[in-house]
Design a protein around this ligand. Structure first.
Ligand code: APR
Length: 252
C-alpha cells in the first residue's frame, strides 16, 4: 500500500474513533504552534539550539543572573505578542465543542489554545503571560511587552519570575492530579507536535494506553513513541488536525 493510501486509511480510522469517543484527551507540544511562527525547542532554529537552557530556564540561572533570564522571556513575549492561533488550534476547539468529556493538556506556555477559544486547557508548564513571586507565592497576569526590569511583586515587593516550569522543577501537584485523572479514563488520546523527550508529559501517552485508550500521534517526524502508539500520523498539524476533526460530509 502506498504511503498516501496508508495515511488516508489511518486518517479515516482516527476520524471514526474521535467521532465515537465520549472522553478525549489531547496533549500538545511546540509543534502545534510552529505554523503560527513560534520557534520550537529542539527542531531546526529551535530555542535550545540557539540558547543554553541551563543559562535561561532553571532556578539556578535565575538566581545567578535574573536580568539575563528576564531578557530571554521578554524576547519570547515579543515573539508571542505578534502571533495568532492557527487552524490546528482552532480545530481542537471544534473537537472540544462536540465531545462530552474533553481536556487539552499542553506543554506550551504561549496561551494560543485559549486565544483560539479552547476552554478545558490544563497548562502543564505554566504560562508566559503570568508571573509568580518566589517569596510570597502570589501569581498574577502581566501582559506587558516588555516587562520593565526588575519586575516586583505587588504584595511583598520581591522580584517576580515567569510563572513557568523550569528544568529541574516539578509540575504543580494539582495540575498533575487533574491530568492523570483524565488520562486514566479517556477513550482516545491525541498527542500533537511534541518530541517526547521531556517528562512527565512524554510518557502520558503510554499511561493512557495502559489504561485502555486508543492513542494517536500527529508529528512531522517519528518520535520515540511512534511504534508504541496505536496510530502515528506523519505530517503538519495544520494540515492533519483539521482533517481529523472535520464532519463526515466534507471531502477528506
Ligand atoms: N506539525 C506537527 N509537528 C511538528 C510541526 C508541525 N508543523 N513542527 C514541528 N513539529 C514537531 C517536531 O518534529 C518535534 O517532534 O514538534 C516537536 C517539537 O518538539 P520540541 O521542540 O522538543 O518541543 P516540545 O516537545 O513541546 O518540548 C517539550 O521541553 O523545552 C521544554 O518546557 C519546554 O514544553 C517544552 C518541553
Amino acid at each position: 500500500m502506498s504511503r498516501s493510501d496508508q495515511l488516508a486509511e489511518n486518517m479515516a480510522l482516527v476520524r471514526e474513533k474521535l467521532r465515537q469517543a465520549r472522553r478525549i484527551v489531547v496533549l500538545t507540544g511546540a509543534g502545534i504552534s510552529a505554523e503560527s511562527g513560534v520557534p520550537t525547542f529542539r527542531g531546526a532554529g529551535g530555542l535550545w539550539r540557539e540558547y543554553r537552557a541551563t543559562d535561561l530556564a532553571t532556578p539556578e540561572a535565575f538566581a545567578r543572573n535574573p536580568r539575563l533570564v528576564w531578557e530571554f522571556y521578554n524576547y519570547r513575549r515579543e515573539v508571542l505578542a505578534s502571533v495568532k492561533p492557527n487552524v490546528a488550534h482552532k480545530a481542537l476547539v471544534t473537537l472540544e465543542n462536540r465531545t462530552p468529556d474533553f481536556v487539552l493538556l499542553t506543554q506550551n506556555i504561549d496561551g494560543l489554545h485559549q486565544a483560539a477559544g479552547s476552554r478545558a486547557v490544563v497548562e502543564l508548564h505554566g504560562n508566559i503571560w503570568w508571573v509568580r513571586c518566589p517569596q510570597c507565592g502570589r501569581r498574577s497576569e502581566d501582559r506587558r511587552v516588555p516587562i520593565p526590569y526588575p519586575p516586583h511583586c505587588d504584595a511583598c515587593g520581591a522580584m517576580v519570575r515567569p510563572d513557568v516550569v523550569w528544568f529541574g522543577e516539578s509540575l504543580d501537584a494539582h495540575v498533575l492530579q487533574t491530568a492523570y485523572a483524565k488520562l486514566g479514563q479517556c477513550d482516545v488520546m491525541v498527542v500533537i507536535g511534541t518530541s517526547g523527550v521531556v517528562q512527565p508529559a512524554a510518557s502520558m501517552g503510554l499511561y493512557a494506553q495502559e489504561h485502555g485508550a486508543f492513542v494517536v500521534e500527529v508529528n512531522l517526524e517519528p518520535t520515540p513513541y511512534s511504534r508504541a502508539f496505536n496510530v502515528s500520523l506523519l505530517g503538519k498539524a495544520g494540515d492533519l488536525v483539521p482533517r481529523l476533526v472535520q464532519d463526515s460530509g466534507e471531502p477528506s
